[in-house]
Design a protein around this ligand. Sequence first.
Ligand code: HEC
Ligand code: HEC
Ligand code: HEC
Ligand code: HEC
Ligand code: HEC
Length: 287
Amino acid sequence: MRWFGIVVALIAIGMPAGARAEYKTIDDLAKAYSSDTCKGCHAKVHEDWKSSFHSQSIVHSLGGIRNFIAVGLKQEWKQPVSKAHLMRCMACHAPMLKDATEGLAKQVAGLIVTAVDEKNEGKKAAARAELAKLNVNCVVCHNMMVNVEKNLSGGPKPGVYYGPSGGQSPAHKTEQSPVVSTALFCGQCHGIHVPPDGDAIVCNTLYGSYQDAYRGNGGSETCQDCHMKAKGRGHRFPGAYETDIVKDGIGLDLQATAIRLHPGKWLPTAVVNVGLINRAGHRIPDG
Ligand code: HEC
Ligand code: HEC
Ligand code: HEC
Ligand code: HEC
Ligand code: HEC
């Protein structure tokens, strides 16, 4: 039975340590990445996150994702829905779908179309409720996305939660991660995405504008400084939909100068320059 040994050896090489199973149902996938257990100890963080757009990262963008599936893929590219195609969007909108089976990925794509197009309100709401289980949650940010140099250090370890201080916890392993507090961490999703086929997905270009227009001109704050640390914003991640931070982004520059029109003769004339200044760390609006 020598062939048997060879098959086993190949399987062992093909499955890197820590690779997760492929999940066949939304509930199994959502459970594997669940944030529910974090609530008990990190109550405030959980409450803030729940009210953020990260907790609604499929359902808040449904219309556009439906168009990609029903119009882009189907009508323009004339291609069937596949997991690889869906990941063009889900790499950022619900990264845990990388662990879905091909069948589950197709089911999710179907639910996205149903949640927009379905005439029966009950069925539409049910599809939306299923999709709401997949989002950018605690495990996505504190495990999946922390290691930006996967080739060098082998990727995040399963079951370890990486944070800015790595404070010890009786409930789970923690590790300190300098990456979590950098703009690059956010830039993985808030910028241009390159899927495995080398294409460029331009959903938003904010990280590019942060680097070129803000850092390039001497700006020194990180995304976390303005969106989390300032005014105790924490895990709510306010953006374009919250007046408080929108106001922070718009500066008013008033300059009034009395001018002299003729030599030797002052005229009570004034030139008032009103300037709108962008104080955000990037172009607004995003897109
Ligand atoms: C690089 C990560 C990334 C990829 C890949 C990505 N998105 Fe997004 N998407 C985002 C982020 C981040 C936002 C929120 C941006 C903002 O509000 O400035 C967003 C927002 C959206 C919105 C909402 C826009 C709004 O006005 O609220 C839609 C719709 C959307 N994406 C659709 C898609 C579709 C369709 C795909 C696949 C073809 C896709 N995205 C791929 C990261 C991504
Ligand atoms: C979009 C990514 C993202 C999501 C989602 C997210 N976090 Fe965080 N979290 C961060 C970042 C970034 C920091 C570090 C901020 C800094 O630089 O101090 C942080 C900090 C923390 C900290 C340490 C300090 C603090 O702010 O309390 C804890 C604990 C934490 N997160 C737990 C959670 C839990 C629990 C959830 C889910 C309910 C969650 N995080 C969801 C990005 C995220
Ligand atoms: C039984 C309580 C308990 C549960 C449940 C729990 N944690 Fe923690 N966690 C802690 C304690 C205590 C610390 C260390 C003190 C601190 O940093 O808040 C910690 C630290 C962390 C840190 C590191 C923070 C830093 O500053 O580096 C992260 C990230 C984190 N937890 C994420 C999670 C996530 C994600 C979940 C759910 C999957 C979770 N925790 C569930 C108690 C818990
Ligand atoms: C795994 C991908 C991912 C990571 C990492 C991530 N985000 Fe997001 N973020 C998203 C997506 C997707 C949305 C849009 C959700 C929606 O509205 O549909 C979003 C929405 C937001 C919004 C709200 C946008 C608005 O229009 O109001 C802000 C602000 C934001 N993110 C900031 C951050 C910051 C700061 C970090 C880093 C600490 C970060 N995000 C990390 C994917 C991510
Ligand atoms: C100097 C402070 C500052 C820095 C640095 C900063 N932001 Fe912002 N950001 C703002 C302000 C203020 C707004 C609200 C302006 C508006 O949308 O009108 C905003 C808006 C946003 C939005 C919503 C944009 C839209 O129009 O949909 C997202 C998403 C976002 N920021 C993410 C990030 C990310 C990711 C980084 C780091 C790469 C970052 N921000 C760095 C201040 C900052």
